[in-house]
Design a protein around this ligand. Sequence first.
Ligand code: NAD
Length: 345
Amino acid sequence: MSSLDHEQVLIRTGTRSGLPIIVAVHSTALGQAVGGCRLWHYADWRDGLDDALRLSAAMTAKCAVAGLANGGGKTVVAVPPGIEPDPALRRAVLDDVADTITALDGAYATGPDVGTTPADMAVIGERTPHVFCKPAQHGGSGDSSPATALGTLAALRAVRRRLHGTRTLAGARLSVVGLGSVGLRLARLLADEGADLLLSDIDPAKRAASDELGATWVSPEQALTADVDIVVPAALGGVLTEEIVPRLRCAAVVGPANNQLATEAAGDLLHRRGIVWVPDYVASAGGVVNALTVELHKGTPDEARERVEAIEHTVADLLATAEHRHVTPAQAATELAQRRLTGAW
Ligand SMILES: NC(=O)c1ccc[n+]([C@@H]2O[C@H](COP(=O)([O-])OP(=O)(O)OC[C@H]3O[C@@H](n4cnc5c(N)ncnc54)[C@H](O)[C@@H]3O)[C@@H](O)[C@H]2O)c1
C-alpha cells in the first residue's frame, strides 16, 4: 500500500445533505491549499476519495509551476447513483461544504469544478471567506475565460520565441481547435496581433465568428493536422492520441484544453517527434492565477494581469529545463514544481 502524502484529508457526512463531503489538503508548503469543488456521481464514495487525493496533488503542481503562493487541495462531494440533487439538496450540500472548509481553519479555499458553478461559490461564500471565482456581482473575479485566454497567449509567446526568436504572434500560422469561451477570445487576441489563423469547432454556428476575424475555417481534424507553426487545442481533452500525434505537421502544441494527452505514450511520441508541447495545466493557468490574485491575495487587476502574463516566463523556463535535461516538458514541469516546493527557485 502506498503512503499518504497529503497533509490532511477531512471526510464528513454532511449534517444537512447526508452526503459524503471529502476535502483533501495535499500541501500548504507554498501557502493556502486551493482547488475546485467537484459535485459528481460515484458508485462508491471511496472513488470520490481517490479523485480528491489525485486532483489535489495535481493542484499542488499546478500552483507551484504557476508561481502562486498556494498549495493544492480538492473537494469532492460524492453523490450516490440515482440521486439528482434538487435545489434544496444542492443548497444543503453547499452549506455542508462551507462548514467543512471552515473546520479546516484557512488551510484550504475552494472554487468551481465539474458539477459546480461560480454561483455556487457565492453560496459557499455566505459562510466562509475561503472561496474564489465568485460572480462579479458577489465581489468575485467573474468569468475566468478572459484571463485563461490571456495566459494562453503568454504561453504562445514563449513558444513563438523558442521557435522563431520573436515573441510577437504577427505572421505566425496557428490553428485553434474549439471556439468556446476561451478559444474565441484567444482567436480574437491572435487576430488583433496579425496571426495567420485556421479556426475550427464542431459547432458550425461558430463559422461566422471565424469569418469575422478573416480566418480560414477548417474542420477540427484539419485544424489538428494542419501544416502550421502551432496547434492550439481549446476544446475537450484527450485530443493528443497515439494515432493523431504521428500525423501532426506543426512545430508545437500549446492550448488551454484540459488533459490533452490521451496517454503518457502520446506525450513521449510528441517529444520524440521534436514537437514542443506545453502541458495544458501550465498554459491554462491564467484563469486560476487571476482569480486567486484578486480574490484571495487581494491584488489589483493590474497585479493579476502581470501574474497572468508571467506565464510567458514560466513556459520559457520550462522549455529551457526540458532542453537542458533532455526530458519532456511534462517531466520538466514536475521538476520545476519540485524546485519551487523545496524553495530552490
Ligand atoms: N474557461 C476557463 O477559464 C478554462 C480554464 C482552464 C482550462 N479550460 C479548458 O479549456 C477548454 C475550453 O474551455 P471553454 O471554457 O472555452 O469551454 P467551452 O465549453 O466554452 O468551449 C468549448 C468549445 O469547443 C467546441 N468543441 C467541443 N468538442 C469539439 C471538438 N471535438 N472539436 C472542435 N471543437 C469542439 C465546443 O463546440 C465549444 O465551442 C476546456 O478543456 C476547459 O476545461 C478552461
